[in-house]
Write a protein that binds this ligand. Structure first.
Ligand code: OOB
Length: 533
């Protein structure tokens, strides 16, 4: 496992970043401090910190009686429901390692997460948004893994187990696995430790001004790093604040909850911010409690940034983060120009940032561009991973020899340390915050017998920022239609956001002069072409 070198770890401990606390222990201390305060609201439920703590203790005992213990991976696929909280803390207390799938993921992704992590179990809901998650989990699990379904009688039994003492996991060990947006093939698993993640949670809560009177609205799917910890559900819990679980992120649902629960802070991706801004003009809801709206996950352009505050009557906070670690925020007391035109500066004084030669995908931490120039962002620090889980080969290029993560983002750094995200060097499409790895979709397309070759690129989109366009060269004598190829990809069992928005079936790749030396060059040429259209 690629964790931090010992002398670096010692420095992070000495600086007070890593405090030796596990998530289970955190919940115990929160229960002591905030027992009767509301911790989580949703689906007609309203649980206090004491109730969440007790449920997590019972579930931990149940999981452990069911053979889920120290180090066992469990794929968790839950929508925004209150049970998310006791389930995840219950797994942590049992010493287990949640693998956070998103509700949008389908069988091919779920199977990959389960296999890649050698998961012992999959934990999900019966159904959500018209999809039968329990059936899918059982198909993926076969006889090899257990399936827990929130809401089924067996789960209720588990949740009624008598609490008991369980051994504390190591705070420097892996607490959970997050998913990377990915650029090559299927998503990689990201190992986060209790110590590293809790540091980012504590600091996020502070930087975003959370206090026990705050109310956080989880509008985005809460297993994602942004609503989970930037500052998100965990930041809110850490501050003793309540989290309201929104079943959907649309403006009607969000505004209803903001009014009803007195929501003070939330986080959204730019297209959603735009939709909220637009809807605010004609809402009858009282949004006056809303104080801060975080916008991130994809670039929030200046024009949108300028509209958020006036339209919603709140302060804008930009956030640029990644499941691999580094999170940047504009600060609540930053001058307006920085808030509107940058994506913030890192959480930690020990987040090391290098802006390096953008033309060399393997540029090292020494290949710096001149100050203020555009370059590729490398980073390492007290909560940025040193390697993906079980991915030795990929790690050789995803990280520099001295342990910097190659983010694949193109940035410019201001003198204040604030970063402006100006583009991307990685083979990924950022579809309004949802990340699509070009190669993953190409592989699905190429599984079609009528497809000889495929290249997936981003095309600009007014609403989402980017959409996916698949260029497809048919096999001899075949002429698959765009509609059929989209249906085919969907039928392979992938998240709907990965199904190509546009499919262009072409006789050959419409690129002259590039040749087909590498997929990377081909994609770059096609992307340029797509932009011009
Ligand atoms: C967040 O995490 P991921 O892992 O889904 O995606 C990370 C990538 C970044 O490398 C960057 O390419 C893009 O998403 N990104 C942004 C951005 N925030 C993320 N690009 C431009 N401007 C921004 N503000 O997306 C994530 C994790 C924690 C907090 C917020 C977002």
């Amino acid at each position: 496992m690629n964790l931090w070198p010992e002398e670096t770890a010692a420095r992070y401990r000495a600086s007070g970043y890593w405090r030796g606390q596990t998530f289970g222990a955190l919940l115990t201390s929160l229960k002591e401090a905030y027992a009767d305060r509301t911790a989580v609201v949703g689906e007609g439920q309203r649980w206090t910190f004491a109730e969440v703590d007790e449920r997590a203790h019972r579930l931990a005992a149940g999981f452990s009686a069911d053979g889920i213990g120290q180090g066992d991976r469990v794929v968790v696929q839950l929508p925004n429901i209150p049970e998310f909280v006791p389930v995840v803390f219950g797994l942590w207390r049992a010493g287990a390692v949640p693998v956070f799938a998103l509700p949008a993921h389908r069988d091919s992704e779920l199977r990959h997460f389960a296999e890649q992590s050698s998961a012992k179990a999959i934990l999900t809901v019966g159904g959500h948004a018209g999809h039968d998650h329990a059936k899918m989990a059982r198909e993926v699990a076969q006889q090899q893994r257990k399936v827990f379904v929130v809401g089924e009688p067996e789960f209720a039994e588990l949740a009624a187990s008598a609490p008991r003492e369980l051994p504390e996991p190591d705070s420097e060990g892996i607490a959970f696995l997050q998913l990377s947006g990915g650029s090559t093939g299927l998503p990689k698993l990201i190992p986060r430790t209790h110590d590293d993640y809790l540091y980012s949670v504590r600091e996020s809560a502070r930087i975003c001004g959370l206090k026990k009177e705050s109310v956080y609205l989880a509008a985005l799917p809460v297993a994602h790093n942004f609503p989970l910890s930037s500052p998100g559900l965990l930041g809110a819990l850490h501050a003793g604040a309540a989290t309201v679980m929104a079943p959907r992120p649309d403006a009607d649902t969000a505004f209803r909850l903001i009014e009803a629960e007195g929501v003070t802070i939330s986080g959204v991706v730019p297209p959603l911010a735009a939709a909220w801004v637009q809807a605010a003009a004609r809402t009858g809801r009282d949004l006056s409690s809303l104080d801060v709206l975080l916008v991130g996950g994809a670039k929030c352009g200046r024009e949108l940034a300028e509209r958020v505050g006036p339209a919603l009557g709140c302060r804008l906070q930009q956030v640029f983060g990644m499941a691999e670690g580094l999170v940047c925020y504009t600060r609540l007391d930053d001058p307006e120009d920085l808030v509107l035109s940058t994506q913030g500066r890192p959480i930690s004084p020990d987040d090391e940032v290098r802006v390096v030669n953008p033309d060399d995908p393997l540029a090292t931490s020494g290949d710096l561009v001149e100050p203020g120039g555009i370059g590729a962002l490398l980073t390492r620090g007290p909560y940025t991973i040193r390697g993906y889980y079980n991915a030795a080969e990929h790690n050789k290029t995803a990280f520099t020899e001295d342990g910097f993560y190659r983010t694949g983002d193109l940035v410019r750094q201001r003198e204040s340390g604030h970063l402006e995200v100006v583009g991307r060097a990685k083979e990924q499409i950022n579809r309004g915050g949802e990340k699509v790895a070009a190669e993953e979709v190409e592989n699905h397309l190429m599984a079609h017998p009528g497809v000889l070759d495929a290249a997936v690129v981003a095309v600009p989109d007014e609403y989402l920022g980017e959409r996916t366009c698949a260029y497809v060269v048919p096999a001899d004598g075949e002429q698959p239609s765009a509609a059929e190829l989209r249906r085919f990809v969907r039928g392979r069992g992938v998240a709907a956001f990965k199904v190509p928005d546009l499919v262009e079936v072409v006789g050959e790749f419409p690129v002259t002069g590039v040749g087909k030396t590498s997929k990377r060059e081909l994609r770059a040429a096609l992307a340029a072409l797509a932009k011009e259209r």
